[in-house]
Design a protein around this ligand. Sequence first.
Ligand code: MG
Length: 169
Amino acid sequence: MAVEKIRIGIGHDTHRLVVGRPLFLGGVRIEHEAGLAGHSDADIVLHALTDALLGAAGLGDIGDHFPDTDPAYAGKESCYFLNETKRLIKKNGYQIENVDLIIHAQKPRLSEFKPIIRESIARILGLDKALVNVKAKTGEHVGPVGRQEAMECHAIVLLIEMRDREDQQ
Ligand code: MG
């Protein structure tokens, strides 16, 4: 059996919650009394995912490519980072095989938003939504997430090296 070259990548992000900021998760605007603080739109889901993709391809991290000290990225929509990363991954000969995410938020309850976030990420990455999985957890009222001081996201991705796939045909 032919073995394809696969690469795994992990990403994580945390942002503080502040009243009066809009909340974006996975490119989806979610109505809530507080949003995430940050230089860009502070979308922890897209930041964690961008880092996972860069990591899998051996291309460093989001801060290397889009530094938060650069005024060009102030208030930037995070789908820009993910789109640019998707382009970079492809240029380096990789195809995304699947994506799995865990969003940690005490409030709001994310169960009703999971399908919309899944569709949003699948659309940004140009993937079938069956290849994108979104999970949500509360902080059980402990720690920064549980006390509603922050939200976090973990992301993991698998890439396949396209050159190998072509070689095997
Ligand atoms: Mg971030």
